[in-house]
Design a protein around this ligand. Structure first.
Ligand SMILES: [Fe+2]
Ligand SMILES: [Fe+2]
Ligand SMILES: [Fe+2]
Ligand SMILES: [Fe+2]
Length: 326
């Protein structure tokens, strides 16, 4: 007899998804903040050299991607069990120094270990061996993260001393409303990352199911499989966009948001995914055009050029999805 899956069990697994999305975003934003930290005069910088910043920045990025892969693997499992994987994220807290990052990250990893022990225990009792095995593997990796972050918690927590130098004239173009506009781009990128990851797993699952119905296999070819692969490739580019835009915001002394906007929507069929993604890329293109125009007006060349590069890729995403939408 197959394992009986309750809604509570799916909820429990979705809690793990929320955690994974949260830490993935938390670490990538911390990674993006690194460049700004290096340039500041905080006591920590006397103890740490550039190499340390580079090393921490590098593994934060690597771990962030690994966490999103955990999220994807758990989503995949949820779809196989007949549930709906969430697109929600736990609360992201970034912090302001390497020691703060590591303390927050140690806490996040410890919470994950507690939750995953509970999941391993529950799935074992139910006889859901696949889930147990998945979480045992993830558990080992989270432990590795925990140890990594623990190495960096020993630095003293010192508050940033506010700069006494008045803001130079050329920096006055970076007003709050401008940073708010740039943060809309961060939100848009987060939405694509979460939405495409979830859809990628759901499409992979639908593809598997389609093979059971010969007629569909003939008529629909392997649409779900193709969609699934496209989404994975696009995901990596969106991750790169998120990283670049949030790094820019930190350098301009702003705080990057961790909230998706619009909220991710998954859809039910590969066709629906594509229609939703097509619309998402469309609205990103409009927003980025607006940002380019605003950056041009203010003379913020770096931001303008960055968005000009990003918009080329968004247009490619749009046309890729467009090929399938008709
Ligand atoms: Fe993880
Ligand atoms: Fe982790
Ligand atoms: Fe993007
Ligand atoms: Fe895109």
């Amino acid at each position: 007899m197959a394992v009986k899956i309750s809604p509570d069990y799916i909820d429990l697994l979705n809690k793990a998804v929320e955690r994974e999305i949260q830490v993935s975003l938390q670490y990538i934003l911390q990674h993006a903040k690194m460049e700004k930290l290096v340039r500041r005069t905080i006591p920590e910088n006397i103890l740490l050299d550039k190499t340390t910043y580079d090393a921490v920045g590098k593994f934060l990025r690597e771990i962030s991607i690994q966490e999103m892969k955990h999220a994807a693997a758990i989503m995949e499992r949820i779809y196989y069990l007949g549930g709906q994987a969430t697109t929600k994220s736990g609360k992201v807290i970034v912090g302001d120094s390497i020691s703060e990052f590591s303390k927050l990250d140690v806490k996040a990893e410890e919470e994950a270990l507690v939750l995953y022990r509970q999941i391993i225990d529950t799935s074992g009792k139910m006889g859901d061996w696949e889930t147990r095995e998945l979480f045992e593997k993830i558990y080992g990796e989270e432990e590795g993260h925990l140890f990594k972050f623990q190495e960096y918690t020993k630095f003293q927590d010192e508050k940033d001393t506010p700069s006494k130098v008045p803001l130079p004239e050329w920096r006055k173009i970076y007003t709050d409303d401008y940073l708010t506009l740039l943060n809309k781009a961060v939100s848009a990128e987060i939405t694509t990352i979460v939405q495409y990851t979830n859809q990628h797993e759901k499409a992979a699952f639908l593809e598997l199911r389609m093979k059971n119905t010969p007629l569909e296999a003939i008529l629909e070819t392997n649409k779900a499989g193709v969609v699934s692969k496209i989404l994975k490739d696009v995901f990596m580019q969106e991750m790169d966009h998120l990283e670049k835009i949030s790094e820019r915001i930190y350098l301009l002394e702003g705080e990057a948001t961790a909230k998706p906007d619009p909220l991710p929507v998954v859809g039910n069929t590969p066709q629906e995914f594509l229609v939703l993604d097509h619309a998402l890329e469309s609205s990103a293109i409009s927003l980025y055009r607006q940002i380019i125009a605003e950056a041009l007006k203010r003379g913020d060349t770096t931001t303008r050029r960055m968005f000009e590069d990003i918009i080329v890729q968004e247009e490619n995403h749009f046309w890729t999805f467009d090929d399938f939408v008709r």
